[in-house]
Design a protein around this ligand. Structure first.
Ligand SMILES: NC(=O)C1=CN([C@@H]2O[C@H](COP(=O)(O)OP(=O)(O)OC[C@H]3O[C@@H](n4cnc5c(N)ncnc54)[C@H](OP(=O)(O)O)[C@@H]3O)[C@@H](O)[C@H]2O)C=CC1
Ligand SMILES: Nc1nc(=O)c2c([nH]1)NC[C@@H]1CN(c3ccc(C(=O)N[C@@H](CCC(=O)O)C(=O)O)cc3)C=[N+]21
Length: 286
């Protein structure tokens, strides 16, 4: 049976570290602050945003939430981002995706001050990541790397397969695995012989968004299986991309959903908010 990686426990450690740093900053009169902007009433987004708020409370990070109606215009959002860019109390800005139709996400992300871009979605930060000179690590992929470390999985020299090539998960995930000296293959909807490629992976990361996508026969015995997917099954229950019951019999270690990557995303966001506050106050990392 595979080792079940406890994302909640690892996230608690990351948050504890962020809380310590926050306390130290507060002694110097600096309070890290996060602004979360959510537009419309997507129920899943609501849950994530509430989790982010709770994490801020746990770590002592100041937070502001802007819950805006579905009808909000691009101009109104841009004006809000501009205000938050200039607001000293705010170290980090996150615009929750997806946005309602008609709003242009990329223009909004580009309007965020790169020094406050705690998601690391701004093209400046994406470029920095490509060069391995990033100031912020992308939260979900960085969370995955932490989980692998926590389970004692070595990345260097390993065959890593990422399923999914989105800007927010797949691509930055591949980049971070490469930075950690993995040999990375990225698969997507046009990939041929996907199962065969997956079966060669020592580390398999699934970020597809389809329940039941990764079956036991796609997993190499002993592999590390990381499930980024957040889906609802036919009963409305939260589940990942991986058929967990099959995979845990074959994998060496595996992350569950819930309780795997999700909590790590939020913990890394707290870490990035602390980093942002330090940066804006001329304090180097560590
Ligand atoms: N745990 C967390 O913190 C987070 C979880 N998520 C979850 O992760 C999942 C992925 O998110 P995101 O990257 O934004 O999703 P996207 O929909 O943007 O990307 C999905 C990717 O999967 C690929 N794909 C779809 N179908 C297939 C297929 N049949 N075979 C191979 N590849 C396929 C797509 O390929 P193509 O490019 O060719 O279309 C695409 O690259 C979602 O469930 C999301 O909810 C997301 C962010 C954070
Ligand atoms: N700008 C932006 N940044 C994001 O980081 C971002 C986003 N938009 N849009 C949506 C995705 C998704 N995401 C998750 C965060 C927490 C959990 C999480 O806490 N999951 C819990 C359970 C949550 C539940 O109970 O539903 C778990 O897996 O255990 C999941 C997913 C961040 N995202």
């Amino acid at each position: 049976m595979a080792l079940r990686i406890d994302g909640k426990a690892v996230a608690a450690k990351v948050k504890a570290r962020a809380a310590e740093e926050t306390a130290a900053l507060k002694e110097r009169g600096i309070v890290p602050g996060l602004a979360v902007v959510i537009v419309g009433s997507d129920p899943a987004s609501r849950v994530y945003v509430n989790n982010k708020k709770k994490a801020c409370q746990e770590t002592g990070i100041y937070s502001e939430e802007y819950a805006l109606p579905e009808e909000t215009t691009q101009e109104e959002l841009l004006a809000l981002v501009d205000r938050l860019n200039k607001k000293p109390k705010i170290s980090g800005i996150l615009v929750q995706s997806p946005l309602p139709k008609g709003l242009e996400e990329s223009a909004l992300v580009e309007a965020i001050d790169p020094q406050k871009d705690v998601d690391a979605f701004h093209p400046y930060n994406v470029g920095k990541l490509m060069q391995g000179r990033q100031i912020f690590l992308p939260c979900t992929p960085a969370g995955v790397i932490e989980l692998l470390h926590s389970a004692g999985v070595e990345i260097a020299g390993k065959d890593c397969v990422v399923i999914g090539r989105s800007d927010i998960v797949g691509k930055p995930m591949a980049m971070l695995l490469m930075q950690n000296n993995g040999t990375v293959t990225v698969c997507h909807s046009r990939t041929r012989e996907l199962s065969d490629i997956c079966r060669r992976a020592d580390i398999l990361v699934s970020a597809v968004g389809k329940a039941g996508f990764v079956t036991g026969d796609m997993i190499k015995p002993g592999a590390a299986v990381i499930d980024v997917g957040m889906n609802r099954d036919e009963n409305g229950k939260l589940c990942g991309d991986v058929v967990f019951a099959e995979a845990e019999k074959i994998a060496g270690c595996i992350t569950p959903v819930p309780g795997g990557v999700g909590p790590m995303t939020i913990a890394m966001l707290m870490q990035n908010t602390v980093t942002a506050a330090k940066l804006q106050n001329g304090i180097g990392r560590n």
